[in-house]
Design a protein around this ligand. Structure first.
Ligand code: GLP
Length: 243
């Protein structure tokens, strides 16, 4: 793992955007693996700014998102990850929405998993995958204990994860209990992975991911043996690293 420590969130977003734009500019048919959560928003803003200023072309770029809530309450459809991606990125680029893939959060979930894995297998792994990390070390919605060998699957969300995400809902009771997520195996099929973590609430998870043992108890530790991972941290998220 290559670890880059910068002073703050804005600089971390700039480093991440530079990585993404290098891929997009180098290959008009690149396939991007995208993530939700508050962490990548700064990077998405910079990609939008670059598109506006430099006209970077997304017309033949394809994207795959990591995960989606299952059966969101109808009054909270604005919390769907599809909506998040439209508002924060896709609506501001010249991307063909048909080329943007997010797992389907309604209907037959098992069928949606198979459909997603079929598409991912067809493309043979994304060119670059952006990741955040949960405070319990989850990546996408791969919660502690989930086997690393799984492809796209349905998960029961951890209590910790539901509490972390409750700020986006009126109350914890409205936070979905289940989600659909790409598995660790699918995530690791990416040719390159960039993981962004900022803030002191991520410091324990970051320590476990980089310096801890590889264990299903800390899903992000599975990235240790991937040959092309760049971890971008601010000083607070890096504060527990010892090496
Ligand atoms: C959610 C997402 C993850 C994300 C995590 C951290 O659980 N499924 O992909 O990494 O939240 O979110 P944040 O970036 O808001 O801290």
């Amino acid at each position: 793992m290559k670890v880059i420590i910068v002073k703050d969130y804005q600089t971390a977003s700039e480093v991440a955007a530079t990585e993404m734009l290098a891929v997009v500019k180098n290959n008009p048919k690149a396939v991007l693996g995208l993530a939700t959560g508050s962490t990548p928003v700064g990077m998405y803003n910079l990609m939008v700014k670059d598109h506006e200023m430099n006209g970077t072309d997304y017309s033949t770029i394809e994207t795959y998102n990591l995960d989606e809530y299952l059966n969101l309450p109808m009054n909270h459809l604005d919390q769907s990850y599809r909506h998040f991606m439209d508002v924060n990125l896709f609506n501001h680029l010249n991307i063909n929405k048909e080329n943007t893939h997010v797992p389907e959060g309604f209907g037959d979930a098992n069928e949606a998993c198979v459909a997603y894995d079929t598409k991912l297998a067809e493309i043979g792994g994304v060119d670059i995958q952006v990741l955040g990390i949960g405070s319990n070390g989850h990546i996408a919605f791969n919660e502690p204990g989930v086997p690393f060998e799984l492809g796209t699957h349905v998960v029961t969300l951890d209590e910790q994860t539901r509490q972390d995400n409750a700020r986006f809902f009126d109350s914890i009771d409205e936070v979905p209990t289940h989600a659909i997520t790409m598995g660790i195996k699918s995530i690791k099929s990416a040719k390159k992975i960039i993981l962004i973590a900022t803030g002191s609430n991520k410091a324990d998870a970051v320590y476990g991911m980089i310096e801890g043992e590889v264990t299903v108890d800390l899903p992000a530790s599975a990235l240790q043996d991937h040959e092309n991972v760049v971890v971008i941290l601010d000083e607070a998220a890096a504060s527990k690293l010892t090496k």
